[in-house]
Design a protein around this ligand. Sequence first.
Ligand SMILES: NC(=O)c1ccc[n+]([C@@H]2O[C@H](COP(=O)([O-])OP(=O)(O)OC[C@H]3O[C@@H](n4cnc5c(N)ncnc54)[C@H](O)[C@@H]3O)[C@@H](O)[C@H]2O)c1
Length: 383
Amino acid sequence: MLHKNSCIGVIGAGTMGSGIVQLAASFGHKVLLFDANVAVAAQAVDRIGKSLESLVQKGKITDAIAKSTLSNITNAKSIDEFAKCDLIIEAVIEELSVKVEILKKLEQIVSKECVLATNTSSLSVTSIAAACAGSGRVVGIHFFNPATIMPLVELIPGIASDMKVIEESRALIDSWNKVTVLAKDTPGFIVNRVARSFYGEAIRIYEEGIADFATIDWALKEIGGFKMGPFELMDFIGNDVNFKVTETVWTQMFFDSRYKPSLTQKRLYEAGFWGRKKGRGYYSYADSAVMPEAKRDKDLGSAIFTRIISMLINEAYDTLYYKIASKEDIELAMTKGVNYPKGLFKWSEEIGLRKIHDELTRLHARYNEDRYRPSVLLSDSCK
Ligand SMILES: NC(=O)c1ccc[n+]([C@@H]2O[C@H](COP(=O)([O-])OP(=O)(O)OC[C@H]3O[C@@H](n4cnc5c(N)ncnc54)[C@H](O)[C@@H]3O)[C@@H](O)[C@H]2O)c1
């Protein structure tokens, strides 16, 4: 049974692993960290120390809390030290063979009750669990970046997962002040599936020459109220990461054209124009760079917004129709996981289902592409 004194293990000390370590330690858990690269693990603990220090300086936590959080973290020399853990979350690179190898090793070491979790973004939890002898205790616990700040966590049972393990894990993560949602083990779970068209449809609009990056970003922010436009956001996430997630969701959805990646982003990926971290993506981030001006045309902006929001809402309806998650969880996922200004169902009611359906029907007729087919649930809801 997982509880407030459970010992937590984290494997992989990169972006996600280090965030999960800091989070669990800040809630009083003893946390063990292991990374195949010893230097990376040491750097992660340093980084956590600096992050805690800065929270103290900002007055968000006391010095005593920072010290006790840090003292809860141990850098393990070998995976054998994980024998005492009650929950282990693997956050290593997104490679099925690497994740499977780790979980199989852990199974030899830990107690029968220990929960084994994967933080995978796009691999199937079922396929990871299937490699283990006790697949019932393997679950997906999907944090968002940065794990210390983003409130959402998706809980994903594989098809052989024991639902008691999911419930226990959910209760524990809830106790870390997170908003948890339950998702079926399908490509992209909730957020990475529903959000695909925010990027994909924006690129499509650009590729058709309807508007440039700056104008599309302006439309989504000014008219839609999104905090960042799709191109700014892709540059922030990284075009390497964003392209790979799109490609994986598309291939795992058996090449459904709704999720089709774009050649525009593929070329950026190939060129190494990965966004902010490389100084160049859709935009240039060089010191001398001047951000391009948007064409602030209200009618054009409205047309762009209507097209993209219709695609997003359609995906939310389909996600509900195929019972990937409940309506409430889809609303929570998109507002808490990617900061959408409103839940997509709420938004659909404000805009009007008929208007969304008409837009999709218009796009479907114009392009004659399956990509624009309205969800059955959306069509039924318009009747
Ligand atoms: N970065 C994100 O925004 C994000 C968000 C949610 C989920 N995820 C998922 O979380 C996982 C980790 O992503 P990340 O961005 O932190 O990656 P990362 O590249 O920053 O870190 C991965 C770490 O795993 C370590 N590693 C590789 N093989 C190992 C092994 N055999 N044993 C121990 N350590 C090993 C590497 O040394 C590296 O430090 C992936 O599955 C990813 O899909 C990432």
